[in-house]
Design a protein around this ligand. Structure first.
Ligand code: 13P
Length: 287
């Protein structure tokens, strides 16, 4: 069932668990995430970066695929189709395409400009019944061309953006997209606690969920994180399973080259990874 992310995140905040956002890249990814959410009776958010949207030939294609798949698989758990790190223009494209949720990443603008643009998009999202995520501070590393220095968010700026009526707020707390370097200092829980203190009921979002040790994820959820984004880990397990299949020469046996066979181990690996994350985030059985 395609819905805005508002209700599932309010419930998560009140229930002290987090909903996973899993980024999708193609049909296999989408099917794996939807089926796992249904099997575990968990709410879920499908994240689509602008790069992945372009890869799948546009947001219109993505929305049509997700809607049709949600229906044909008989998915009854709440599913939000969400733009990840959207530009101002990207947000409008996704609204037009039929997404149920958007993220406006204004973190590269001055706080004044971030406030101004976020405010406008909140109005539009509200009128359309969509949920909206905003960002303060930046997520380190690179994701699909979005590069961030990784500075921690200013809690007062977080409050300014939260007060605009966004549904969820992404705040930089030392988190990084992609693989974490060996010398990573860990999440800044002091920053997170200060942001939580200022923003109260606002569901907070932890980007860069791949590779953060489980105890840090759990502590972040305890301190007010209600949504955790995962992308890289699903890519890594998919690539690993596919490599093993080919290295074992299975594509050369019988009809092992059939894409439905070739992509099956990667598909199963994503399902398993999503299951592990949903269990860790505490969203199992919360649909
Ligand atoms: P990872 O790729 O590090 O899991 O980050 C995902 C993310 O934050 C999407 O916005």
């Amino acid at each position: 069932m395609l819905v805005s992310a508002e209700e599932m995140l309010k419930k998560a905040k009140a229930g002290h668990y987090a909903v996973g956002q899993f980024n999708i890249n193609n049909l296999e990814w989408t099917k794996a995430v939807l089926l796992t959410a249904q099997e575990l009776n968990s709410p879920v958010i499908l994240g689509v970066s602008e790069g992945a949207g372009k890869y799948m030939t546009g947001f219109k294609t993505v929305a049509a695929m997700v809607k049709a798949m949600d229906e044909s698989l008989g998915i009854t758990v709440p599913v939000a189709l969400h733009l990840d790190h959207g530009t101002y223009e990207g947000c409008y494209k996704c609204i037009k395409a039929g997404f149920t949720s958007i993220m406006f990443d204004g973190s590269s603008y001055s706080i004044e400009e971030n406030v101004e643009k976020t405010k406008e998009l909140v109005k539009v999202a509200e009128a359309m019944g969509l949920s909206i995520e905003a960002e303060v501070g930046s997520i380190g590393g690179e994701e699909d061309g979005v590069i961030g220095a990784g500075e921690c968010a200013d809690p007062n700026e977080c409050k300014m953006i939260a007060d605009l009526g966004v549904t969820m707020l992404a705040a930089g707390i030392g988190n990084i997209h992609g693989k974490y370097p060996d010398n990573w200092a860990g999440l800044s829980f002091d920053t997170l606690a200060a942001i939580q203190e200022k923003t109260g009921e606002m569901p907070l979002v932890l980007h860069g969920g791949s590779g953060i040790p489980d105890e840090q994820i759990k502590k972040a959820i305890d301190l007010g994180v209600s949504k955790v984004n995962v992308n890289t880990e699903c890519q890594l397990v998919f690539a690993d399973a596919t490599r093993k299949y080919i290295e074992a020469g299975k594509d050369l046996e019988g009809k092992g080259f059939d894409p439905r066979k070739l992509l099956a181990p990667g598909f199963e690996a994503i399902k398993e990874e999503v299951k592990v994350k949903m269990e860790l985030f505490g969203s199992v059985g919360k649909a």
